[in-house]
Design a protein around this ligand. Structure first.
Ligand SMILES: Nc1nc2c(c(=O)[nH]1)N[C@H]1C(S)=C(S)[C@@H](COP(=O)(O)OP(=O)(O)OC[C@H]3O[C@@H](n4cnc5c(N)ncnc54)[C@H](O)[C@@H]3O)O[C@H]1N2
Ligand code: MOO
Length: 421
């Protein structure tokens, strides 16, 4: 990311520049803290799982050779001790013996099978199996040692995100800590003196969209929004704030909203200029969201990135989707080929172009392909709220049946979308 200050670049170029950011340093973290991080090393089993043969049922571990029964069915001599917990370690079974076990108990040496409780009839110190029970067949209801995996088997590959289920399998495999690139920490700086956070906005005021939606969207993108700060429109205050954040050094990315345009009222570019920041993306030939910028602020060790989202609501979320996704994937060390994801769909209706550059058009799925969601001017939210994706519409627009690359909008992959027209 050493390009000089640039003029307008294409969406593809901008996404490639965002995706070229270096990964954050890895940390050794507890499994709990590491969830959401990207694994630097594969997770391997530290021992066989299960590490010993265990019972799959509450019941009795049976020795191989039953006693002869007076009524003709197989019968065992029941040991008097009662199983209290799967952690009990019963002594080896002698021929003709049975002993109580619980689900998950290590079965005693000499176990032929486990007879589930509801298939056994006890009579004092005697245990008989129902003649119809299949549980006397060899190894019935016994989970053999190593059935799930052997020591050293790979359970999760390097480069995978440590999902909650993967953290759980790492725990089963005996791990307490793993090395991950953790979720990048994000500081939100939301600008605009006219922005309000509750109730009905008065004329000249707007209700904030970013403070509400960005933390959860960023979480879905693999980041953690740790702090939110609100400022007015003064470039000097903004510069001082950005300087302080970079000096404290506790976050990896600053995401700002508003003030990205080039007029006298817009604070972000002057503030970044005052800080000597390097602009790696300085406007993109896309609508909405064209004034978006990506900058690198100097910090003692690692670089600190800044993603400047335009203040118009749809423009801001479009810029987040277009550049924030590749940037965060790069910071998380996700393989280069997976940093600029698009989904190939079909236009289900005419998809209109922008005045200039590519258009990021909120779309929903119809029976024959994606359809414009409507209400998708730069300052609107209604269309995006109905969409799952932004269609990348080239200059000239697209006709029904044309292939169209789409960007999935973070947090919008709901279960309750109406797909049909
Ligand atoms: N003279 C020019 N004016 C504008 C240009 C331009 O190039 N020259 N570009 C237009 C385009 S395109 C966009 S997009 C916006 C970019 O705006 P900024 O990033 O500078 O943002 P602001 O001016 O601060 O705000 C724009 C608009 O968005 C509202 N806003 C701001 N923050 C929030 C928020 N947290 N929640 C909801 N709405 C918000 C703000 O009130 C304004 O209405 O600039 C155009 N103008
Ligand atoms: O970026 Mo602005 O959204 O084109 O209106």
């Amino acid at each position: 990311m050493t390009q000089p200050r640039t003029a307008m670049i294409t969406l593809t170029q901008a996404r490639e520049r965002a995706a070229a950011a270096g990964p954050l340093a890895a940390d050794r973290l507890s499994l709990q803290e590491a969830i959401g991080g990207v694994l630097l090393d594969p997770v391997r089993a530290l021992q066989d799982i299960p590490h010993a043969s265990t019972s799959a049922m509450d019941g009795w571990a049976l020795a191989a050779d039953p006693l002869r029964s007076s009524t003709g069915g197989p019968e065992w001599a029941l040991r008097p001790e009662q199983a209290q917990s799967p952690a009990d370690r019963p002594a080896p079974l002698l021929p003709g013996e049975a002993t109580e076990v619980l689900t998950g108990s290590v079965v005693p040496t000499g176990t032929h099978a486990v007879l589930r409780t509801e298939h056994g009839i006890t009579d004092g110190p005697r245990l008989r199996a129902l003649s119809t029970s299949p549980d006397t067949a060899p190894q019935r209801n016994v989970r053999p040692a190593g059935a799930e995996c052997r020591a050293e088997d790979q359970l999760v590959p390097a480069g995978a995100v440590l999902t909650p289920a993967r953290a759980a399998v790492a725990a089963v495999a005996g791990h307490d800590h793993v090395t991950v690139i953790r979720r990048p920490r994000v500081h939100l700086v939301l600008t605009g003196a006219e922005v309000t956070t509750s109730g009905m906005p008065a004329p000249g005021e707007v209700r904030d969209v970013f403070g509400l939606a960005l933390p959860q969207m960023l979480h879905e993108m693999g980041a953690a929004a740790v702090t939110t700060q609100r400022l007015g429109d003064d470039p000097e205050t903004l510069a001082a704030t950005l300087r302080q954040i970079s000096e404290v050094g506790s976050v990896d990315l600053i995401v700002t909203s508003g003030g990205t345009a080039h007029s006298r009222a817009d604070a972000l570019r002057p503030a970044l200029h005052a800080l000597g920041a390097e602009l790696t993306v300085d406007s993109v030939d896309m609508r909405p969201g064209h004034p978006v910028l990506l900058a690198r602020l100097s910090r003692r060790k690692e670089p600190l990135y800044l993603l400047g989202l335009p203040g118009n609501p749809l423009a801001g979320f479009s810029a987040l989707t277009a550049l924030g996704v590749p940037l965060l994937r790069a910071l998380r060390g996700i393989p280069a080929a997976e940093r600029t994801p698009t989904v190939g769909l079909t236009a289900g209706a005419r998809l209109p172009a922008a005045r200039r550059g590519v258009r990021l058009l909120p779309v929903r799925r119809g029976p024959k392909g994606v359809l414009p969601a409507g209400h998708s001017r730069s300052h609107m939210m209604r269309g995006l709220a109905q969409s799952e994706a932004l269609a990348i519409v080239p200059e000239g627009g697209l006709a029904p049946g044309d292939p169209v690359d789409c960007l999935l909008v973070p947090g919008q992959r709901g279960e309750d979308f109406e797909w049909d027209d």
